[in-house]
Design a protein around this ligand. Structure first.
Ligand code: GLC
Length: 415
């Protein structure tokens, strides 16, 4: 006789981006690694894209709920009150369809990724009547109406997960027990150090002698500092013919100012007269080989990086890493021990550290070894998944926030 058991609880995952930036890759890792039978997931995407292709491989369901033309173009830097007003119709339409979708699915929890998903869920939360977990992948906007709205809506969430201490510092009140810092895990088997020549072959990179290589693996967005990187390495490449630079990535996001940024960078390499010394590779779904081709990995973000998954991956791949000192990069790297840190948006400082590593193979080797052993000690995927599963369980157990709990900012001021 079969005994009827309750199906695992359903979680509705609402995402802002349909592509595969760091936040979405973390989500895929989580959905993939979650023990079967623990939860069921239904993902709500703004459109089809690379993320949907990955979800096709997983035991999860998904559907598209479009943001509409104006709302999808609005990024955090582009969200002026005027632009937001123009998107009001899109917002209203989204909220209407969102509440109907949730009423149909009857999930136990809403779990969001990305600013738009956070804000829209926060606004809709009274109608949704469900506990909400925001996974914060980027800094909470500090100023302006967007910052105030975000802080107000934080009070409507059951739990907030921040991907670094730096990101959690923007949450009100900063030390609330409902805010958890959970660093992204790294799949140590997928990011296993491998032979450089095999990696070069798999990417069809070389004909003839292998090159020494300094490079970035990054979304091609203006704030990632790819232009600073090109300026920094220009004289170094021209002085030493053994080295070349490599940039791996695409402009992934729909946000204004991002599309076409690959052309801007190629033009810059041309203007700096190093076009023949910079290899551009498109976005890599499985980027391990791209890291393996690099002797020096650079992360040149001009603003603090919220966490910096690519930094963790490069460290796991035993690379010598130079990152700009801000946000999660500082939490991941102990300068001089398992990587190097340089000031943000400082061409001279970056150039000096790249030159130092170009000249010192032994230092590159030592930093790489220390970096991998740190990730093995601290960044395992199993720990990450278990901690996330606990958060999701706890949030469901508590139910939605109480009415009197709905304004974190007021509570914080009163404290
Ligand atoms: C976002 C952040 C990045 C972080 C990733 C995963 O892409 O910009 O720093 O590593 O999310 O949380």
């Amino acid at each position: 006789m079969s005994v009827a058991t309750d199906p695992p609880p359903l979680i509705c995952v609402v995402v802002t981006s349909a592509e595969l930036g760091g936040a979405e890759r973390m989500l895929v890792d989580l959905l993939q690694g979650m023990p079967p039978g623990r939860f069921r997931f239904h993902v709500v995407l703004p459109r089809l894209g690379r993320l949907a292709l990955e979800l096709d491989q997983l035991p999860v369901s998904y559907e598209v709920l479009s943001f509409g033309g104006r709302l999808s173009k609005a990024g955090r830097s582009g969200v002026r009150a005027k632009a937001a007003l123009g998107a009001v119709v899109d917002v209203m339409r989204y909220l209407w369809l969102y509440t109907r979708l949730v009423a149909r699915l009857k999930p136990r929890l809403i779990y969001t990724h990305g600013l738009k998903a956070e804000l829209l869920t926060g606004i809709a939360s009274h109608w949704l009547g469900l506990p909400v977990v925001w996974h914060l992948h980027t800094f909470v906007p500090k100023d302006g109406w967007l910052g105030r709205l975000h802080r107000y809506l934080q009070g409507r969430t059951r739990m907030l997960v921040a991907n670094s201490k730096a990101v959690s510092a923007g949450v009100l009140p900063p030390s609330s027990s409902k805010t958890k810092v959970i660093y992204c895990g790294v799949d140590i088997d997928a990011f296993l150090p491998q032979s450089k020549s095999a990696a070069e072959q798999s990417l069809h990179l070389v004909s003839g002698a292998s090159k020494l290589r300094v490079g970035m693996v990054s979304v091609l967005a203006p704030w990632k500092g790819l232009d600073v990187f090109l300026h920094a390495v220009q004289p170094l490449l021209r002085a030493d013919a053994r080295w070349e630079a490599m940039i791996v990535g695409d402009p992934l996001y729909d946000t204004a100012g991002h599309q076409g940024y690959d052309r801007v960078l190629k033009q810059l390499a041309g203007d700096l007269q190093i076009a023949d010394r910079v290899v551009f590779l498109p976005y890599q779904l499985r980027p391990a080989s791209a890291y393996a081709c690099l002797d020096i990995f650079v992360h040149a973000a001009k603003r603090p990086e919220p966490f910096g998954r690519v930094i963790a991956e490069a460290m796991c791949m035993q690379r010598a890493v130079i990152a700009t000192a801000g946000g999660g990069a500082v939490e991941q790297i102990e300068a001089g021990v398992d990587g190097l840190l340089v000031a943000m948006d400082d061409v001279g400082a970056l150039r000096a550290q790249v030159a130092r590593l170009m000249a010192d193979a032994e230092l590159r080797r030592q930093l790489g070894l220390a970096a991998r052993s740190k990730v093995l000690r601290q960044g395992s995927m199993c720990q990450f998944i278990e901690r996330m599963a606990t958060v999701l369980d706890e949030a469901m157990a508590f139910g939605p926030p109480h009415a009197g709990d709905s304004n974190a900012e007021t509570r914080h001021r009163a404290a």
